[in-house]
Design a binder for this molecule. Structure first.
Ligand SMILES: *Cc1c(COP(=O)(O)O)cnc(C)c1O
Length: 219
């Protein structure tokens, strides 16, 4: 299967309510252009330097999404153009994104990452930390960010029941937090699901799937 045919079959398969993020980390620009030629516009990258190089050379109508772990001191590089930052998990990082968005005279859309996996190593907020963050007065003062939704990653496991529980837990946190209305927070998106588990994630309400290897091959 070619990259273009993988993109086309995913576009045909996914419903209108699910956005396909093509995860192109470590892949050459020619691969991204093949996906672009098949109509793909949302691309996800994990590394700042690589994203910078690709953004500079590839078409201007690509919606670049940062899906990796973002360090505060790197925000300034992507602030002029980034379309959506998926993995925000601290007030410190959010404050820096707000500062750089202000400098660029724009509002940067973000997703807050929630820890749903049983593994210790994955990043993200607990439900309690999430609620504390969005109810803080510091959060209210951030006028140049807009929280669009939540992001999560299931455990790396073959246990389907466990993955379903984890996706369901993100959905239930989403439903609760969705009732909170603030000028800089209106939840509409749930970013969950990767090559191996996106069908399960969609079953549990995902609106954004981040798919890499099923499009571009293994890394
Ligand atoms: C690499 C990556 C993906 C894509 O993973 P695949 O298994 O290749 O589809 C999705 N989300 C995040 C956060 C990633 O780092």
């Amino acid at each position: 299967m070619s990259i273009a045919s993988n993109i086309k079959s995913l576009h045909a398969k996914l419903s209108e309510s699910v956005t396909l993020i093509a995860v192109s980390k470590t892949k050459p620009k020619a691969d991204l252009m093949e996906a672009y030629g098949a109509g793909q516009r949302h691309f996800g990258e994990n590394y700042i330097q690589e994203l910078q190089e690709k953004q500079a050379e590839l078409p201007a109508d690509i919606h670049w999404q940062f899906i990796g772990h973002l360090q505060s001191n790197k925000v300034k590089y992507i602030a002029p153009y980034v379309y959506l930052i998926h993995g925000v998990d601290s007030l410190k990082l959010l404050t820096e994104i707000n500062k750089q968005a202000l400098k660029n005279n724009r509002i940067i859309d973000c997703l807050l990452q929630v820890h749903i996996a049983s593994e210790e190593t994955k990043f993200g907020l607990s439900e309690e930390e999430l609620v504390t963050l969005i109810n803080s007065s510091e959060f209210d003062s951030l006028k140049n960010i807009q929280i669009k939704g939540l992001m999560g990653m299931a455990s790396f496991t073959d246990n389907i029941d466990q993955m379903e529980r984890e996706f369901a837990s993100l959905k239930s946190i989403f439903v609760k937090v969705k009732t909170v209305s603030k000028s800089n927070l209106k939840l509409t998106e749930i970013s969950m699901g990767m090559s191996g588990d996106y069908e399960l994630a969609i079953k549990h309400g995902s609106t954004m799937v981040r798919i890499g290897s099923s499009i571009f091959g293994s890394r």
